[in-house]
Design a protein around this ligand. Sequence first.
Ligand SMILES: Nc1ncnc2c1ncn2[C@@H]1O[C@H](COP(=O)(O)OP(=O)(O)O)[C@@H](O)[C@H]1O
Ligand SMILES: [Mg+2]
Length: 252
Amino acid sequence: MTCAIDVNHVFFRYDEFRMEDITLQLHVGQQKALAGLNGSGKTTLFKLLLGLLEPESGEIFILDKKLTKDSLWEIRQDVGFLFQNPDDQLFAPTVWEDVAFGPRNLGLPKEDIEDRVEWALDRVGMSRFLNRPVNQLSHGEAKRVALAGIIAMRPSILILDEPFSGLDFKMVKKMISIFQKLRQEGASILFTTHNSFFIKNWSDSVAVIKEGRIVYDGPTTEAMRSRAVTENVGDWGQLQKEMLYSRRTLLE
Ligand SMILES: Nc1ncnc2c1ncn2[C@@H]1O[C@H](COP(=O)(O)OP(=O)(O)O)[C@@H](O)[C@H]1O
Ligand SMILES: [Mg+2]
């Protein structure tokens, strides 16, 4: 099976934090959760996948291409990365400009850029907001605009850092349906969460990271029987209760 993402024995270190011997695969078409408590290394691993950080040793392949300084630009065309905080992602004056930034950078003709922006904003349900300054968006709106900016590039791999954090139940439901559609269209998805609801109901497989090491990697169906998983998935909180209550409607 082709790997969308293939991480081989990667080591990395900040001053006090070490990532040790990370090996992980996301197969094409798969939806995989990367779970772990706060500070376990999820975002750091994502930064390594995007070439924003460089491993001390080990190799990363994206769609069989080895991640290096030289291949980075090409590889980034295949990967859409949603930051945990949309404020880190949005910087153009208006929603339209922000979503157009990526396609424009690809050097596409004006009409294609317009088509892509229109399509992407429609897909995330933000078409009405195209002239809105990005600093006047709510958190949920900003997250959807950030996602529009990513999908306007038509990446085949989506890397989503805490895509549901800070969203209320209705917005979570909306985001799930957007991601479900992207997946039906062939996207491979790797997302972080510390909420077991999303692992159980929204992933084929799960890798669990604890203090910079992978302590579980396997199918979701077996994950919840593993203590390595349950001990490293955080408190469910009120959102969880609401979701369990509304589980049927959410997954319709
Ligand atoms: N730029 C940085 N410099 C030094 N340490 C960092 C930096 N960024 C993150 N860390 C540390 O690395 C560890 C993992 O952080 P992170 O990958 O953000 O965890 P998670 O996303 O799982 O919450 C934490 O201990 C954090 O304090
Ligand atoms: Mg994080």
